[in-house]
Design a protein. Structure first.
Ligand code: ZN
Ligand code: MN
Length: 474
């Protein structure tokens, strides 16, 4: 679609790191505990409290950087970003200004079938704030989250629409989960995204941007972007100008609304934190992390296409989460029918367990066996569904479940011949109709045999036998 204005979008993504302790103290990094139980003088910013950087935070930030093609800075620094906010106890946040740990990376996206490289300007480490709880006219503050480590990932302003944004974020989120550095749960705020949008008539000049804060689902991101683009278009068309500000998004009313005027860089008065030593990242440390880095979703997708012959779409289904991909690989040790396995995963297994929080009671070995039975015609599609449900409850082996519940497919020709003869006997009218050219009539005869055998007759064989019998009957 040709737009009157060119849309330019940049993202700032905050990801909560899954460390045991906070970034500058040894308090537990768990903010689901009772309010204000995981706190100490350091994370409360009390006089005399001195921060000490958690090494794991640097390690995780480097993992994020290496998996997004970033360069890793050998000598970094931490800075104070000064602003007051009631849930931030120090009136400044320890962040990184001009020397972030990672810089100049990118991720490839393929929204709408078009490959595009999305540049990542930087990834820096910083501390999270506490949480305000508004309750019947009162506001309470919980500092458990104050000092929980974050990385902030900043893209270049190169995204053009909501589909590109969502594609980028899904890829990024997957990487966070695959590397194990974060749960990246959007609804719990461990993966949150601010979207900067600007419109311009001249594609060489960036327009004034508005930032939409704290979007917590892919759906609301998609909707908020569309709404904000429309709003800015209307402002510009009426000859007005867009105000540089921070806006919220109200899903119920389908609007974005002004929250506050956006600070300029200078308002933060960044300066190096005098309590923290510079960060030095040695070659050895970097190599050690590089060696530990797990295989990423993108690599696995390519492997599944090459090694197991999956098409791109099916491979995407499997890498939806690390748990599913691990399970798929385990199953493939017991079967060679990758395509049938993917079909069963998507149509049956994903309805037993959300693939993003994958947890099932079925052994990979047993599912592999069941796929073989399906391919060998020992069980029907319908029968396999029943076996899967029973397996998930009892954890049992498909062979035994099929026997115990008489779920095996009837492939015995003699038995099928008898069933066919009997059905033709009982359905004289349908048989006549078939012979007079109404091919559909055959379905009702097959249907009766299926009812009779509770779906166990091999549908392909029974169809062939019926057609043969009808041909020879005069
Ligand atoms: Zn603490
Ligand atoms: Mn930040």
């Amino acid at each position: 679609m040709d737009r009157e204005y060119k849309v330019i979008i940049g993202l700032e993504v905050h990801v909560e790191l899954k460390t045991n302790t906070k970034i500058f103290c040894s308090c537990k990094s768990d903010f689901s505990s009772d309010p204000n139980t995981n706190i100490c003088p350091v994370c409360l910013g009390l006089p005399g409290g001195l921060p000490r950087l958690n090494k794991k935070v640097v390690e995780y930030a480097i993992m994020a950087g290496l998996s997004t093609n970033c360069s890793i800075r050998e000598r970094g620094r931490q800075d104070r970003k000064n602003y007051f906010y009631p849930d931030s106890p120090k009136a400044y946040q320890i962040s990184q200004d001009d020397l972030p740990i990672c810089y100049d990376g990118y991720l490839d996206i393929s929204a709408g079938g078009r490959e595009k490289e999305i540049g990542i300007e930087r990834i820096h480490i910083e501390e999270d704030a506490g949480k305000l709880i508004h309750d019947e006219g009162e506001t309470l503050v919980d500092f458990n989250r104050a000092g929980v480590p974050l990385i902030e990932i900043v893209t270049l302003p190169v995204l053009e629409d909501e589909e590109q944004v969502v594609d980028f974020l899904q890829k990024l989120r997957n990487i966070m989960i695959y590397t194990g550095i974060s749960d990246a749960r959007m609804n719990e705020g461990s993966f949150r995204c601010d979207v900067n949008i600007s419109l311009s008539k001249d594609s060489n000049i960036l327009g004034t941007r508005a930032e939409i804060k704290n979007l917590n689902s892919f759906n609301s991101i998609r909707k908020a972007i569309k709404i904000e683009i429309k709003r800015q278009e209307e402002v510009l068309r009426e000859g007005g100008s867009v105000v540089q500000e921070t806006r919220g998004y109200d899903d119920n009313r389908s609007i974005t609304y002004s929250m506050r005027e956006k600070e300029e860089e200078g308002d933060y008065r960044y300066f190096p934190d005098p309590d923290l030593a510079p960060i030095f990242i040695s070659r050895e440390f970097l190599n050690r992390i590089n060696d530990k880095l797990p295989e990423l979703a993108h690599d696995r997708k390519n492997k599944y296409m090459k090694k197991y012959g999956l098409n791109s779409y099916d491979a995407e289904q499997v890498i939806i989460s690390k748990e599913v991909a691990d399970f798929f690989e385990e199953c493939m040790k017991y079967t060679s029918y990758s395509k049938t396995l993917v079909n069963i995963l998507v149509s049956e297994i994903f309805s037993l367990s959300d693939p993003k929080e994958f947890d099932i009671n079925i052994k990979a070995e047993y599912l592999g066996e069941l796929v073989n039975f399906l391919e060998e015609g020992k069980i029907s599609n319908n029968g396999s569904k029943k076996v899967i449900n029973i397996m998930n409850k009892s954890g049992g082996r498909p062979e035994e479940i099929i026997k115990e519940n008489s779920l095996g497919q009837i492939n015995d020709t003699k038995r099928l011949e008898d069933l066919a003869s009997e059905a033709l006997e009982n359905n004289g009218k349908a048989a006549e109709e078939y012979k007079s050219g109404k091919k559909k009539a055959l379905q009702s005869i097959i249907g009766e045999i299926m009812r009779e055998t509770r779906g166990r007759a091999n549908p392909k064989l029974i169809k062939d036998i019926l057609e043969e019998k009808l041909k020879t009957r005069s």
